[in-house]
Design a protein around this ligand. Structure first.
Ligand SMILES: Cc1cc2nc3c(=O)[nH]c(=O)nc-3n(C[C@H](O)[C@H](O)[C@H](O)COP(=O)(O)OP(=O)(O)OC[C@H]3O[C@@H](n4cnc5c(N)ncnc54)[C@H](O)[C@@H]3O)c2cc1C
Length: 405
């Protein structure tokens, strides 16, 4: 520790959105010690949201690099994964054996795409894809160019965007969803049905209440079709599995930190041991972290949102510098998704609600406004094509969150 009580050696594992934001915050708030960013991917930090949107449909792959401030003064170890953490001797070990001692560690390793285990599934690169990083999407883009039929499994935010991109590219798109409507768990039946209508109006063959039971491959081993539960056969040259994401925390196994389902943190983003004790000098942020949400009365739901990663990273960096003097995290979660030329946006935690109130539902104008409530109290709101309506909801939720942190 320096005289100011700041750590001298900060290691950030995960050199992407949350990692870069944490590094930027540390420097902006006066950290002058050694700063090392470790990233498993060979790429400099880049943004993921465009990958399921314009990156797939633009004539040339867009550059989604995140701006790195001049003079950040960091050591970048890219293309080098962390494989082990010893929180007692405070050392991170990389796959090549490099040992990085730290007195402040920020875990920002994000998430990986979940994949299914379906009968007959061809190997990767033979027509079946998952999406998380730029390399995944570059490979998918190349496969979509000559393709005619796209199958998307999972009609969540990512699956919906990929299906929309497939339609924009002129492909025949089948979108398969196990629930009765897309996004039912995340945003409820009313809003989910509205999104389903958008998909159908765009010409997507949306199949709900079903799953892929089996893949069929051609003689060369590449994807040819999928059989849905119930027997229907769907021809497909390319399938995208959009089945959600799992925290990339496998490298913490054996560290003693509670991380199987994401790194559990306290309200200041400090990593926790299973007994609730704070891991000295270690904070976590972004998709790798499970952060208590005041709006959920301190429960820590997995969110996986861009804005949460940014806000948590800044808060975690402050905790490394200020310890107990850092304010508890009380940001209101928010999310956006772009489908078929309209923007869906939500604030708060719609998934907590027991009641949804539809304030506007104009199918022709493609506009929707829904508020979500639990036991009469606002938990979230969602708009489609009506982003400006969210501000009052956000204000109310922010007051609740600050009052409950
Ligand atoms: C295709 C796509 C579209 C999205 N669209 C939206 C959207 O429209 N709206 C929205 O709100 N959110 C969206 N998201 C979610 C948003 O991008 C994430 O919430 C955000 O990227 C999380 O940032 P992060 O830094 O925590 O994790 P990541 O961005 O996943 O970064 C983690 C980094 O850590 C690295 N890493 C992993 N393990 C190790 C290791 N052991 N050692 C070293 N490095 C490691 C990874 O390679 C990665 O570079 C989207 C995500 C994807 C994948």
């Amino acid at each position: 520790m320096s005289a100011a009580g700041h750590p001298r050696d900060v290691v950030i594992v995960g050199a992407s959105l949350a990692g870069l934001r944490a590094a930027t915050t540390l420097r902006a708030e006066g950290f002058t010690g050694n700063l090392t960013l470790v990233g498993a991917e060979p790429h400099a930090p880049y943004d993921r949201p465009p990958l399921s949107k314009k990156f797939l449909t633009a004539p040339a792959p867009a550059d989604t690099g995140l701006p790195v401030p001049d003079g950040l003064g960091a050591r970048w170890l890219l293309g080098r994964a962390a494989v082990r953490l010893d929180p007692y001797s405070r050392i991170v070990t990389l796959a090549d054996g490099t040992r990085l001692p730290y007195d402040g560690l920020l875990i920002a390793t994000g998430a990986t795409a979940r994949s299914g285990a379906t009968a007959g599934e061809p190997g990767r690169g033979q027509g079946v894809f998952t999406l998380r990083g730029r390399d995944d999407v570059t490979a998918l883009r190349a496969a979509l160019l000559p393709a005619r039929r796209l199958l998307v499994v999972g009609a969540g935010f990512l699956g919906g965007e990929v299906a929309a991109a497939g339609r924009a590219l002129g492909l025949h798109v089948t979108l398969v969803e196990a629930a009765a409507v897309p996004l039912e768990r995340a945003i409820g039946v009313e809003a989910g049905a509205f999104v389903g209508m958008l998909h159908r109006e765009a010409g997507i063959d949306l199949r709900t209440g079903t799953t892929v039971a089996e893949y069929r491959t051609g003689p060369d081993g590449t994807l040819g079709a999928a059989r849905l539960a119930g027997g229907r056969l769907v021809a497909a040259d390319v399938a995208v599995l959009a089945l959600g994401a799992a925290p990339a925390t496998g490298w913490l196994a054996g560290s003693g930190i509670e991380a199987a389902d994401g790194v559990r943190t306290d309200s200041r983003l400090r990593a926790l041991f299973p007994d609730g004790g704070v891991v000295p000098g270690v904070v976590a942020a972004g998709d790798a972290a499970r952060v208590p949400q005041p709006l959920a009365d301190g429960a820590a739901p997995a969110l996986g949102h861009w804005s949460g990663a940014v806000e948590q990273a800044a808060a975690a960096a402050r905790t490394l510098l200020l310890g107990d003097a850092a304010p508890p995290f009380a940001e209101v979660p928010s999310f956006w998704s772009d489908v078929h030329g309209v923007r869906l946006r939500s604030v708060g935690l719609p998934a907590l609600a027991d009641t949804a109130k539809v304030h506007e539902c104009d199918r022709a104008a493609r506009r929707l406004e829904v508020s979500y409530h639990r036991e009469g109290r606002l938990t979230g709101a969602l708009t489609i094509g009506r982003t400006s309506r969210l501000a009052p909801y956000r204000r109310t939720l922010a007051q609740y969150a600050v009052g409950r942190r």
